[in-house]
Design a protein around this ligand. Structure first.
Ligand code: ADP
Ligand code: ZN
Length: 517
């Protein structure tokens, strides 16, 4: 059968999407390749079609058991003989599958890396007529990726074992350096790289300050009563609280995280697909392998750890190509929380460095004053020359003004407080607030006490955050989070340097724009 016939007969599609045909040709020509496509882009077809065109069996390495099961189920219901091998199977089930592999009745075998490298299982696989090796979620092999899995490191052995079998590495997310690393780790440095555009112009991009999050979400959803969405949270507890909060407000919301038992997870997922639940409040565990094309919005309750994860998660909205909304809540506190999570993790130091650098890129997105889509596309090394017109920055460009005087007031207050004031305290000093902690520290006697009365609390919070972001002042990453002066601060204090900031916009005004559409 030709690839077109396979596409029609087993998948019911009339034509290939861009790049799919070229990728399939490359594999059939026995060449290694890498496929970068966003989630929902149609990666699976790229190895499933060659699997049916070529004699023999295709090996698919996949890290997630749930994902394997879904894919195999979908293939079987299309009439394609497929099976998976992982730790959940009984010995008898496994023997049956092995028999099917040997007698050639299976076309695709999904297998986890753990299984593949246990008890010399590779020895058995070697006896089969393997026609292709597909590495799904291949970014897991790179310590530079956002989801490194140690089991994946061993995959290097595959190319040595099957030097003449084409290998295809697939991923939804990898910047340029990570790409190179993946190919090196897999032992296919010369592989052809196919990149389909990551741009998803139908997704509106918006960032709001992380205040009154539940209330804002409520209002947001109230305008989208018939639309289904996903809210991503940082912790399991967080998902439960938010879902409960939304239910109290009359929204059909359910939480979903890896701590739920398999049956509950399946039930929640099922109810969501059938639109019995409007909103899923989930940790990152949700969404992998879920095929729901009419998700209309994705909200991030707090800052994701990196741009890849963020893009993958918002990519679950609008797969049908219709207009969909994304909303990211962001506060400086989120950055601190994330940094602490990385510092406290068990990761080796060099991986902590990578994670911190990735977090920094995420922060740049959240704080961007240029078109957000350009920030995203440049992250994935895609050229864009135009502003998108479909993000909050494009729709409402920031107004800058000379804020040198404000900056000097803040910096001199930091100096007078001997660099022992955190942001909240500093604002109280500037505004001359009469509260207990001010008196406890004697800050009411500072010369700078009350010099910034003309600005509201929120205005100072915004401007000091902007100063932090642009390196005019530093913050200590210890438990106090005191603000610290740096050489740039001193230049500003000595009038050697001007400071431009983006004009504060009341939260209500920002939020009101949500209501316009
Ligand atoms: P990915 O693995 O990249 O996230 P999938 O392979 O799951 O994406 O494909 C996403 C959806 O697009 C699936 O529903 C799939 O059937 C569909 N699809 C893939 N290729 C085509 C095509 N050539 N024509 C129409 N639909 C396609
Ligand atoms: Zn834009």
């Amino acid at each position: 059968m030709t690839k077109e016939e396979v596409l029609k007969k087993y998948f019911g599609y009339d034509s290939f999407r861009p790049l799919q045909a070229e990728i399939i040709e490359t594999i059939i020509a026995q060449k290694d390749c890498m496929v970068l496509m966003p989630t929902g882009g149609g990666k699976s077809i790229c190895f499933q079609v060659p699997a049916m065109v070529m004699p023999g069996i295709t090996l698919v390495i996949s890290p997630l058991i749930a994902l394997m099961q879904d894919q195999v189920q979908a293939l079987k219901s299309n009439g394609i003989p497929a099976a998976f091998l992982n730790s959940t199977l009984s010995t008898i089930e496994q023997r049956t599958i092995e028999e099917d592999c040997k007698n050639g009745s299976l076309k695709l075998l999904y297998i986890s890396p753990e299984k593949l490298f246990s008890n010399n299982y590779l020895g058995f696989i070697k006896t089969l007529n393997v026609n292709q090796i597909a590495i799904d979620e291949s970014h897991c092999v790179s310590t530079w990726g956002h989801d490194f899995r140690p089991e994946y490191i061993q995959l290097k052995a595959l190319k040595d074992t099957f030097p003449n079998v084409p290998m295809v590495a697939l991923t939804a997310t990898a910047d340029r350096v990570t790409r190179k690393d993946i190919l090196n780790q897999l032992g296919i440095p010369e592989a052809l790289i196919f990149i389909s555009s990551f741009d998803r112009p139908n997704l509106n991009l918006r960032v709001l300050p992380g205040r009154n999050r539940l209330k804002v979400i409520h209002e947001f959803i109230a305008k989208r009563t018939n639309q289904s969405g996903i809210i991503y949270c940082l912790s399991r507890k967080n998902t439960e609280d938010v879902a409960e909060g939304l239910r109290k407000l009359g929204i059909r919301a359910m939480h979903y995280h890896a701590g739920l038992d398999a049956q509950t997870r399946a039930e929640v997922q099922d109810a969501y697909i059938k639109d019995e639940i409007q909103v899923i409040v989930a940790t990152i565990a949700f969404g992998m392998g879920i095929d729901k094309s009419n998700v209309r919005f994705v909200i991030h309750y707090s800052l994701p750890s990196n741009v890849e994860s963020f893009y993958q998660e918002i990519g679950r909205a609008g797969r049908d190509g219709m207009k969909s909304d994304t909303l990211l809540f962001y506060s400086f506190g989120d950055i601190i929380t994330r940094k602490e999570m990385i510092q406290k993790s068990e990761l080796p130091d060099e991986m902590k460095e990578v994670q911190l650098a990735k977090l920094e890129r995420m922060k740049q997105y959240a704080e961007s004053e240029i078109c957000r889509r350009r920030v995203l596309m440049s992250y994935f090394n895609e050229e864009t020359n135009n502003d998108c017109g479909n993000c909050d920055v494009c729709q409402n460009p920031p107004q800058r003004f000379d804020a040198t005087i404000f900056a000097q007031k803040a910096l001199s207050a930091i100096a007078r407080a001997e660099q022992k004031a955190a942001m909240g305290m500093l604002i109280d000093i500037l505004r001359g607030s009469q509260n207990r902690s001010i008196y406890e520290k004697g800050f009411q006697n500072l010369k700078t006490f009350g010099v910034g009365k003309e600005l509201k609390y929120e205005e100072w919070a915004e401007y000091i955050t902007q100063m932090l972001n642009s390196g005019i002042v530093d913050i200590a990453y210890d438990e106090h989070h005191y603000l610290k002066l740096n050489p740039v601060s001193w230049q500003v204090l000595k009038n050697e340097r001007k400071v431009e900031l983006v004009r504060f916009e009341p939260y209500d005004v920002k939020k009101a724009r949500l209501d316009e559409d």
